[in-house]
Design a protein around this ligand. Structure first.
Ligand code: TRP
Ligand code: ZN
Length: 904
């Protein structure tokens, strides 16, 4: 690849409607790995006078073109576009354009468009991959009906799949065969898909809500058939959940999931033919962890839910990406929460269900804070609906996905569940079959509820994480409690030099007040009448820069429980004392805020320890934290899954973000010291938790069983930190006797991270046991890339040695991620080695990957986003590495945008 073109920025404000409509399209595709022929026949209508017909295409060889059957001569593509002049000039005039092109799927290592993976054909068209298959109006606001004829050697490609329904199949004379698929629903080109090859499936027939029979299939390579049950169950659960919660039914007679080992992201929602990274399909007890099982459920749900939020109603342009992604992530989060709550309610009671929901919420918020907050404070900061981009692939971000999901969640928090559902119903009523905008979604929510959500629109247009500073004042004389909220949000990313005047957000701020016995107070705002059934959690409409809320009948000074259940994606500042936090941790009726109190305590302690270390002092562990966590580990009235969450210390990357000048080495030492101290001081409690949370009987991935294993394994991880021989023996026993991957990995990672004597033997055993299972070997690489490093043995040396391992390849994204990304993004202390060796490695790998797969390389490139935040020696070394990459003569547009913005 050689791209020397200068960066072109695409702006949201430049949107114009297409000048042509495609009424229908017929594709005939003759699949040959090195030379696939595509005949593309489009019935088109001009919708705007004066504009030329310009089609997008990339890497195509044009072999013929006709308009209404007449050959066009002298037609030549210029760059990535093909302009056809010989079309009618009048608005409303229709014509048929037929184009014949060739492409080379075997040589396509970008994994966008049509490519070959392990001998089979797959496609990935979102966002702009369809143009690598044929010339087209490759933009999401051009929706049409597809009929697809696939032809290929029957021996080599016995299975031929595309979107919609199979309408014909026949053998052809030369050992080839043909299948014709028709998708009755109009769709944009990014939802087109085809799959061809040697695949097998499991299938189920189910009835949808209205009693129609549906055929469900999960397609994989033959040896993986035994790992498809969980994906199928997850699909069935997703279908029923969307019917119950949103009244949305599957619209096709047939729904297929296909797994592929080479894939850039998690999965893709192509209409009726979802294509998945094997990582999010294949699982059995021996090879997949509880986390893998949960991820599969959530990704299968996510792609399925796109059928309505994304496919039936799609995006007008790619700036609206969060319209489908934020909404669909919100839906998959709610699905997973409901599934976990259901399992907990079956095993326990309503309190257990609430705790299970809180665990899911904690996990989602952890991702937001660890990944999205930094993005929103760095050079790639952008609003949920960006205003510009150079390469759209770079905007499939945690901001668009996860912050976008928070924005959708805020509608539900403001309007209530029923109000939100009314908004969704109106959204589909208005926009089914259309390509629309985030503003259309907001209007549906507002109109269905008679609410003015104008100010709420700022969540889409302003980037950055708002900070809410809180002060509370109790007046003993008047029995009032006054809460003063102030919000601020400085310009970030490309906002910085844009002259933007940022305006206050509409923040749904949920609060409670806790009395000295730990009970919630009834909440009555000044001016409101007393209610017979007062509520104890309220969502305040916080819309001004500074706003005051006065609560009445508050006899004594309460403890405020702020932003309950994380009701908005903001940072809350309040001067809690250690005593208040330990009290809140023990008593808050909001389980999320119990966890939050623990995180604040641990963060405060760790940041003080970092300062100690930087000053050459021995870091002091706050005994209050130790005692608070002792109570948590020992409290068997708390669910194991919740206790495990409480025991996860804030991540090194999160602590780095919390510092003005990040010091990864000191952070690592502080965190490790705290872990060791907790392991020693809570030894008895941890051991008890370990022994009491064994799961007997056959493996089940449900949230309750998974919670027990999680608590047991985190306890083991702590115990092994002490290097006591009993603890090491426990890990070795668990490794050898494990009957599921969660326990085997739990033990192996404890041994690897603590450099226990048995670790080399266990790593070798693990490799031989699972040598044939790519996804498990990914775990093996990843674990070693994330190890803390021992004296004289920096982890980078291990990583470099592993790159020479016969099982390593840069060409498979999962494998590249397992070793290189795990090191550069998952092991901060080793990556930020003082000698800058990590950055040199990063630059090398970004360039090597860019020549193979720009999309994957650009993800790795983002590992240096926050370079300005680090201590000067590291900062300068990172800047050098970025400059080295930026100076390379043939960078992809993808990587160029990332390093360009980082250095700007
Ligand atoms: N739309 C997909 C999802 O969120 C993700 C996706 C976007 C994707 N672009 C991709 C997947 C490119 C693979 C490759 O589910
Ligand atoms: Zn999605």
């Amino acid at each position: 690849m050689l791209r020397t073109d200068t960066a072109v920025t695409i702006y949201r404000k430049d949107y114009t409607a297409p000048a042509f409509r495609i009424d229908e399209v017929a594709l005939e595709i003759d699949l040959v790995p090195e030379r696939t022929r595509v005949v593309n026949r489009m019935r088109m209508t001009r919708t705007d006078a004066g504009k030329p017909l310009v089609l997008a295409g990339e890497g195509l060889e044009l072999a013929g073109a006709t308009v209404d059957g007449k050959a066009l001569s002298g037609l030549q593509a210029s760059g990535d576009t093909l302009t056809i002049d010989a079309v009618p000039a009048d608005v409303g005039a229709s014509f048929t354009l037929e184009l014949t092109t060739y492409c080379n799927p075997a040589a396509n290592s970008s994994l966008m468009g049509l490519y070959v993976s392990n001998g089979n054909f797959f496609t990935q068209c979102e966002a702009e991959g369809f143009r690598k298959i044929t010339y087209f109006l490759d933009r999401p606001d051009v929706m049409t009906v597809y009929t697809v004829t696939l032809r290929a050697s029957k021996a080599d490609y016995p299975v031929l799949l595309s979107n919609g329904n199979l309408v014909a199949e026949r053998d052809l004379p030369d050992g080839r065969h043909e299948a014709v698929w028709h998708d009755p629903f109009k769709k944009p080109s990014y939802l087109f898909a085809l799959v061809a090859g040697k695949l097998e499936c499991i299938e189920e027939r189910i009835q949808s809500a209205s009693g129609k029979e549906k055929l469900l299939q999960v397609w994989v390579e033959a040896q993986d058939l035994g790992k498809t049950r969980h994906a199928m169950d997850s699909l069935i659960h997703s279908i029923h959940w969307d019917e119950r919660r949103f009244g949305l039914e599957l619209d096709l007679d047939r729904f297929m999931i296909v797994a592929v080992g080479d894939f850039n992201m998690g999965a893709m929602e192509n209409k009726g033919l979802n294509i998945f990274n094997t990582k999010y399909v294949l699982a059995n007890a021996e090879t997949a962890t509880d986390v893998d099982f949960a991820n599969i459920e959530s990704v299968v749900g996510h792609e399925y839910f796109h059928n309505w939020t994304g496919n039936r109603v799609t995006c007008r342009d790619w700036f609206q990406l969060s319209l489908k992604e934020g909404l669909t992530v919100f839906r998959d989060q709610e699905f997973s929460a409901d599934m976990a709550a259901q399992a907990a309610a079956q095993a326990g009671n309503e309190a257990a269900a609430a705790s299970a929901r809180a665990v899911k919420r904690i996990e989602d918020v952890r991702v937001l804070r660890q990944a999205q907050f930094p993005e929103d404070a760095g050079p790639m900061a952008h609003p949920v609906r960006p205003d510009s981009y150079e390469e759209i692939n770079n905007f499939y971000t945690v901001t668009v996905y996860e912050k976008g999901a928070e924005v959708v969640r805020m509608y539900q928090t403001l309007l209530g569940r029923d109000g939100f559902r009314k908004g969704m119903d109106l959204y589909f009523q208005r926009h089914d079959g259309h390509a629309v905008t985030c503003d259309d979604f907001r209007a549906a929510m507002a109109d269905a509820n008679g609410r003015d959500l104008t100010q709420f629109g700022r969540w889409y247009s302003q980037a950055g994480t708002p900070v809410v500073a809180v002060e509370g004042h109790h007046d003993a004389a008047t029995h009032t409690y006054t809460l003063t909220l102030r919000q601020r949000c400085e310009p970030v990313g490309i906002e910085v030099n844009s002259g933007i005047q940022k305006q206050p957000f509409h923040i749904p701020f949920a609060i409670g007040l806790i009395d000295k016995n730990g009970r919630d107070l009834p909440l009555r705002l000044r001016g409101e009448a007393a209610s017979p059934s007062p509520v104890t959690t309220r969502v305040l409409d916080f819309t001004e820069t500074k706003q005051t809320f006065v609560f009445e009948d508050v006899a004594e000074a309460p403890l405020p429980s702020l932003l309950r259940n994380f009701s908005a994606p903001v940072i809350v500042e309040y001067g809690y004392t250690t005593e208040q936090l330990t009290f809140q941790l023990a008593h808050d009726s909001d389980p999320f805020n119990r966890w939050e109190a623990g995180q604040r305590l641990a963060t405060d302690t760790l940041l003080r320890m970092v300062t100690d270390i930087q000053h050459g002092h021995a870091p002091a562990v706050d005994p209050a934290l130790v005692e608070a966590l002792r109570a948590v580990v020992a409290d068997t009235s708390l669910d194991p899954a919740f206790r495990e969450q409480m025991l996860i210390l804030p991540a090194e990357s999160y602590l780095a973000e919390r510092m003005d000048v990040a010091d990864p080495a000191a952070i690592h030492t502080a965190r490790r010291t705290l872990r060791r101290t907790l392991a020693e001081k809570l030894n008895a409690e941890l051991l008890r938790a370990y022994h009491y949370n064994q799961t007997e009987g056959p493996y089940s991935p449900d949230a309750v069983s998974a919670g027990k294993r999680a608590l047991k394994n985190i306890a083991l991880g702590y115990l092994v930190e002490t290097e006591a021989s009993e603890a090491l023996a426990l890990a070795e026993q668990q490794y050898a006797g494990a009957t599921n991957m969660t326990d085997r990995m739990g033990a192996l990672s404890a041994m690897v991270n603590s450099y226990a004597p048995g670790r080399e033997a266990a790593l070798a055993d693990f490799y031989t046991r699972f040598a044939d299972d790519a996804l498990v070997i990914d775990k093996w690489f990843s674990l070693q890339a994330m190890q803390p490093g021992a004296a004289g043995k920096p982890t980078l040396a291990t990583v470099r040695a592993l790159m020479a391992h016969p099982a390593f390849t840069l060409r498979n994204p999962n494998r590249a991620r397992s070793l290189i990304f795990s090191f550069c993004s998952g092991n901060p202390a080793q990556f930020h080695a003082a000698d800058g060796s990590g950055y040199a490695f990063w630059a090398e790998q970004v360039l090597a990957l860019d020549a193979i797969n720009p999309q994957v390389s650009a993800r790795l490139a983002r590992a240096l986003d926050r370079w300005r935040k680090y201590v000067p020696t590291l900062r300068d070394a990172m800047q050098d590495a970025l400059k080295r990459v930026a100076a390379h003569p043939s960078l992809s547009r993808d990587v160029r945008e990332i390093v360009g913005k980082a250095l700007a």
